[in-house]
Every structure is written in structure tokens, then in C-alpha cells.
Design a protein around this ligand. Structure first.
Ligand code: 13P
Length: 330
């Protein structure tokens, strides 16, 4: 079936079955086209809480769907592929956080949203790449802080807030492949381009001073829209380039690495989205006892975060554009 036909079919089916489709900024173009909302981890969590339909089909990775399931206990949360996990989230387990808390009973364990619900249940605060700074600043100054699992985001927050933070040695493999040498080369080749970097980038510690902006995925999509620059070097997972190019057809986006792809995010395809709508699979649930505890750091984060404006995906059709981009993604 042609991609445009499948897009039309999915749009029809989601209405008929009363399913809201949420997609992370890293999802492939065709999935972004059928989504009711596309955003970063924080905005997706905020948006999930406002959904009215009985079912959410979450196109992202497992921890994101878990967060939506916890925030919307009366809704069915589906994912297109249960194996779409997060290598970074897998780098810390609940027992490790519990052991730290036993040694530091007055300390604050802060988890990045890229963690399982079971890890969140052991933590005091949660944060995303867009609100880490204000979350850390909200922690009473006398408290020792552990940050799990991303070493680079943790280092960045340590530097930005000046707080003493114990760092975990986790990392995101998709961001780890972004090579500082390649960035230097790209900056020389494109002297007018602004260089935007996600705080999960492994080269952050070496390149922080060189980045023009360090931003979450939504921070990047908003920034490029409003900047007067015409070209940008983007250091994050390359799925984001679809949205950037679609929303800014007059601007040029250069990936910092052609290899910065998350194989978990890429497990989701429009065909699998269609299959989920037809079969009602695969449901993500969280043990209510775990959810009750995990919601404490999540709600704390949401209270601390300044409300972010939610922008629905425009409903215009970009059929030709979608086809071209879909081919690029395959
Ligand atoms: P954002 O919150 O910036 O979208 O990041 C999520 C993520 O998983 C990055 O790898």
C-alpha cells in the first residue's frame, strides 16, 4: 500500500476507534503525520493528562508509555511495539537507587524521565531534559543529590546549578556516536550554521562551550522556528529532522552525525501503528502499587515545571513531502 493511503487509513481508523496518537519528536515522519500531538518527553506527559479519548496510542519508547499510563489510570495506553525500550533507562535498576537511599536517608534521588516506573518509584524527583535545572534548584540546598541514569545530562545540571550532584555512569547510545571531531569539521564547513546540542550528547563535556544552544528536543524545534539563522547543525537523534524540515522549509538542518539513530524509536513504524489500531495491542500497564510511588516524583516535577504551551500538530496535508521524507526514513 502507498504511504499516503496508509496515512489516510490510520487517520480514519483512529477517529473511528477513538484513539489519540501521541508521538515523540524522534518518530519517523509518517508517524508524526498521523499523530494528534508531537513533542518532547515533558510535553507528551503533560498532553497525555489532557486526552479525552478512552485510548492513547503512544509512539515513542516504553518508559514514555508507562508515564502516560500512570498519569491516565482510566485510559488504555497502547504502543506499536513492546520491544521499543530505552538502553539508557536500562542502565539503572530500582535496587541500585534503593541502596543509595539506604546510605543517604536524607538525600534526594533524582531520576531522568528516561527510567522505568520501578526506578521512579524509588526516587524523590523526576526531570526531563527541558526542566532539569529548575527541578535541581527546587531541591533544598542541604540535601545530597544522586542523579540517574544519564551521566552527561547530570554533568550539565551540575555545571548549570553549581550543586554537588553524584552522577551515574549511564549514557544514550544514539547520542554517544556524535563525535566531537566531526562537529568541529561541520562547524568549519558551515560557519554560519548555529550548533544545537541535546544535553544527552556524550561529547557535551568537551563541546559544551562550542554549542550555541543546549536544548531538549522541543527546545530545539521552538528555537529553530524563531531564530533568524538559516542553517543549523543538530546534535541529537536524527528523527527530529523530519519535524524541523517540515516546519521550516526555508531553513537547512545538518545532522551532527548520520549515525545518530535510536534503534528503539525506529522499531515503531506506520504499519505497526495501523496494526495496533486494528488489534488493540500492545497495552502498557504499571502495577498500581509501583505507580502510586512513581507518581510522587513525576507529580513533583510537573508542579515545579513552568506550564509549557501545548501546540497541536497542524492538520494540513503535506502529502508529497511526506512521501519523499518517508522514503528517506526507510
Ligand atoms: P526530550 O525530553 O528532549 O524529548 O528527550 C527525550 C529523550 O529520550 C532523548 O533521548
Amino acid at each position: 500500500m502507498e504511504m499516503t493511503q496508509l496515512i489516510a487509513l490510520v487517520k480514519e481508523l483512529k477517529q473511528e476507534r477513538r484513539v489519540t496518537i501521541l508521538a515523540h519528536n524522534y518518530q519517523e515522519g509518517p508517524i508524526q503525520e498521523v499523530a494528534d500531538f508531537v513533542g518532547d518527553s515533558l510535553k507528551l506527559a503533560q498532553f497525555a493528562g489532557t486526552v479525552e479519548s478512552p485510548t492513547i496510542l503512544f509512539c515513542g519508547v516504553h518508559f514514555m508509555a508507562e508515564t502516560a499510563a500512570m498519569l491516565c489510570p482510566n485510559k488504555k495506553v497502547l504502543v506499536p511495539d513492546l520491544a521499543a525500550g530505552c538502553s539508557l533507562a536500562d542502565m539503572v535498576i530500582p535496587q541500585q537507587v534503593r541502596a543509595w537511599k539506604e546510605k543517604h536517608p536524607d538525600g534526594a534521588a533524582v531520576c531522568y524521565i528516561n527510567t522505568s516506573a520501578a526506578v521512579k518509584a524509588e526516587c524523590d524527583y523526576c526531570c526531563t531534559s527541558s526542566n532539569g535545572e529548575i527541578v535541581i534548584e527546587a531541591i533544598p540546598p542541604e540535601k545530597e543529590i544522586l542523579f540517574v541514569p544519564d551521566y552527561y545530562l547530570g554533568s550539565y545540571l551540575k555545571q548549570k546549578t553549581g550543586r554537588e550532584i553524584q552522577l551515574w555512569k549511564g549514557y544514550c547510545p544514539a547520542h554517544a556516536v556524535i563525535d566531537p571531531g566531526q562537529i568541529e569539521h561541520l562547524r568549519e564547513a558551515h560557519p554560519d550554521a548555529e550548533f544545537l546540542m541535546h544535553p544527552e550528547c556524550g561529547c557535551l563535556t568537551k563541546q559544551m562551550d562550542l554549542a550555541d544552544q543546549i536544548l531538549s528536543t522541543d527546545g530545539m524545534t521552538q528555537y529553530v522556528k524563531h531564530s533568524s539563522s538559516k542553517s543549523f547543525i543538530i546534535a541529537t537523534e536524527n528523527g527530529i529532522l523530519y519535524r524541523m524540515r517540515k516546519e521550516n522549509p526555508d531553513k537547512v538542518f545538518i545532522p551532527a552525525s548520520e549515525h545518530a539513530g535510536c534503534h528503539h524509536m525506529q522499531r515503531n513504524t506506520l504499519e505497526k501503528v495501523y496494526r495496533s489500531l486494528v488489534t488493540g495491542e500492545f497495552q502498557v500497564t504499571v502495577d498500581p502499587a509501583v505507580a502510586e510511588r512513581a507518581l510522587v516524583p513525576i507529580r513533583r516535577m510537573m508542579e515545579i515545571s513552568r506550564p509549557a504551551p501545548i501546540q497541536p500538530v497542524p492538520i494540513e496535508e503535506w502529502a508529497d513531502w511526506v512521501l519523499a521524507a518517508a522514503n528517506d526514513f526507510r
